[in-house]
Design a protein around this ligand. Structure first.
Ligand code: FBP
Length: 608
């Protein structure tokens, strides 16, 4: 018998080869071609900057007088008129421009493709500089030249790792002077701020300041955020990052629904990121059809109290239980607490107290001392409500706001608050069947057998928070193409000498229309840290929108049976790889959501 020759294995070294973001998948997606709008394709087939022309559409500010007072220079320049990008057949070469780009706020998938788009459109004759660690890096002047070879490593990859990010608000005179120093020191002709509503507010203020100082440096915003609240109707259906995040969450929620139906014992309470707006929750609900999905904006509109909300949820749980279904998935938007009328009133009171007595409260050594100081300054109703909240939530509500004055809702465990109250109510329903079951208004009809079955059921809950895992995933093909187009648009705007605009893309079903939206047209007045401030307006869910109506028309059905669907993992190629968010397709009036069209696919080449 001959001994079998042992085969030499390369496996250990193959594993090492995948270090530094070189998994089989990462290597493959770097090579994926990106759809490019024909506006950016020259006669030679190469990437070419767009030109811009005025459209007939102009924004009317919510607070016209105040906006004009705060932004006189940029308002006079843009007149709030929307610009459209057009293809240049014989573009005049623009050379020697130096453009800085920074990420601001939370990460969102596609950020690296913005950089690739910028590099591609600026070409060899201009310089792209990266700002390390967001607005803070801009203030410090922490810039470096971005090389094509570096971008080839990050194209189509997720996260903001290449530059980093932070949430510094730029609003004081000394901060503006620091920005000026950076502009002069690095001889900048343009600053691109990739961010959400707060970051684009920064962009609007910096643009105005530099204009006042007669410094010829364009400031352009790029709409980024997973939250979906950086949108402006037909002009800007959505920001980049939303599609990827909602698809990641939808996969996980689909898996949880499957788990609930398999193990037949758990109610999964899933809090979904999205800060204020419930746009993420709405999209995930349309993708997965869970038993319950709460939409904060509807709760505020209908003035639904916490008690009423808990009652409504327990009613659905009970109806399912009577059918023998003692499991399900409940989606909870991250910002819910801010929309429940009595908690929202409490937060507003707290914001006022925290703003008025900021220093006194800061100096108090313990949490107990802070609470003792705050309680007497609240109305009796709010004080009573706060005292009834779990300790950790009480603590989160009085903790410092972020730099932009937002309550840190991602840190508030709303899902646990609801679980606690729902458990109590569900057990009450079981204990007092005569009150809740039978004939008559508000009562649930049930047979003795069903009630017996109900008594044998216990409420097993699991809580989850899906947030950070959705922000830095590999961009979907849509986000990859969309972010790339935004980079091309912003770069073109700087080369055209425009300032005070946000790059935008619309008509995702028709090859992509390129737009530039005047930042001042998106500004409104909001209460932040108890004071009125000019900020870019958040786009929230409206109950009259087609996407909400589609959800509302089906939710009862989804509540009473297991009709969930599992969209599965994000697909970068294959049948589901060209989907856009269902909410976007519905609200924009597209014929379907399965195939976006942002132009012809191209393997983008760019050199230093
Ligand atoms: P942006 O608006 O900056 O994109 O951030 C969105 C977000 O992911 C929210 O959904 C969430 O509430 C928040 O960031 C969390 O912020 P942090 O990273 O500071 O914890």
């Amino acid at each position: 018998m001959t001994a079998r020759k042992s085969k030499k294995t390369n496996l250990p070294s193959e594993i090492v080869c995948t270090e530094g973001k070189h998994s089989l998948f990462e290597n493959a997606i770097r090579k994926l071609p990106i759809p490019v709008s024909s506006v950016f394709v020259g006669d030679d087939g190469k990437i070419t900057p767009a030109a811009f022309e005025e459209t007939e559409s102009a924004f009317v500010c919510k607070e016209q007088d105040q906006t004009e007072k705060v932004f006189p220079k940029t308002m006079a320049k843009t007149r709030n008129v929307v610009l459209r990008g057009t293809r240049q057949t014989a573009p005049k070469a623009v050379k020697g421009k130096r453009v800085a780009v920074l990420f601001s706020g939370g990460p969102a998938a596609g950020g690296h493709n913005v950089l690739v788009g910028l590099k591609a459109v600026l070409g060899k004759d201009n310089t792209l500089l990266g700002v390390r660690r967001g607005p803070r890096g801009l203030l410090k002047g922490d810039l470096f030249e971005v090389k094509a070879s570096q971008l080839k490593e990050v194209v189509n990859t997720g996260g903001f790792g290449f530059l980093g990010t932070d949430r510094t608000k730029i609003k004081t005179q000394s901060q503006f002077e620091q920005v000026k120093e950076t502009v002069l020191k690095h001889r900048l002709d343009g600053i691109i701020i990739v961010g959400g509503d707060d970051s684009n507010t920064n962009a609007a203020f910096i643009a105005e300041y530099l204009e006042k100082e007669s410094i010829p440096c364009s400031v352009i915003g790029i709409p980024k955020t997973i939250d979906g609240d950086m949108a402006a109707g037909k002009n800007l259906p959505i920001s980049f990052g939303y599609d990827t995040a909602t698809k990641i969450y939808s996969e996980l929620v689909g898996n949880l629904a499957e788990d609930a139906a398999s193990a037949v014992k758990y109610w999964h309470f899933v809090k979904l990121m999205g800060r204020t707006a419930s746009k993420i929750t709405l999209e995930v609900a349309l993708q997965t059809k869970p038993a319950i999905a709460l939409i904060s904006e509807e709760i505020a509109e209908k003035n639904i109290s916490l008690t009423q909300l808990v009652d409504d949820i327990v009613r659905i749980i009970t109806l399912r239980r009577l059918k023998g279904i003692n499991h399900g998935v409940i989606l909870i938007p991250e910002g819910l607490v801010e929309f429940i009328p009595e908690i929202s009133a409490l937060i507003q009171e707290l914001n006022k107290v925290l703003a008025e007595y900021e220093r006194d409260i800061k100096d108090l050594p313990t949490l107990k001392n802070k609470l003792e100081f705050i309680y007497p300054r609240l109305t009796p109703y709010s004080a009573q409500l706060m005292a009834a909240l779990p300790d950790d939530i009480e603590e989160m509500l009085i903790l410092d706001r972020d730099d932009h004055g937002n309550v840190k809702v991602s840190q508030i465990e709303t899902e646990r608050l609801l679980i606690e109250k729902i458990r109590y109510k569900a057990s009450e329903v079981k204990r007092h069947t005569e009150k809740y079951f039978g004939e008559g208004e508000g009562k649930i009809p049930a047979t003795p057998e069903q009630l017996q079955q109900l008594q044998a059921m216990s409420l097993s809950t699991q809580s989850h928070f899906l947030g950070y895992e959705g922000r830095s995933g590999k961009p979907t093909t849509f986000d990859a193409a969309f972010a790339f187009a935004l980079g091309l648009t912003a770069g073109s705007l700087v080369l055209a000498g425009k300032t005070g605009y946000m790059a935008a893309v619309t008509d995702f079903d028709k090859g992509g229309t390129i737009l530039a939206l005047p930042l001042t047209g998106l500004i409104t007045c909001e209460l932040r840290k108890g004071q009125e401030e000019m900020v870019i307006e958040k786009s929230l869910v409206t109950t009259s929108s087609p996407s909400f109506k589609a959800f509302a028309a089906n939710r009862e059905k989804w509540a009473l049976d297991d009709l969930f669907s599992s969209p599965g993992p994000i697909q970068h190629w294959g049948p589901a790889s060209r989907q856009i968010p269902i909410t976007v397709a519905l609200d924009q009036g597209y014929a379907d959501y399965k195939t976006f069209n942002l132009g012809e696919e191209k393997t983008v080449d760019f050199e230093d």
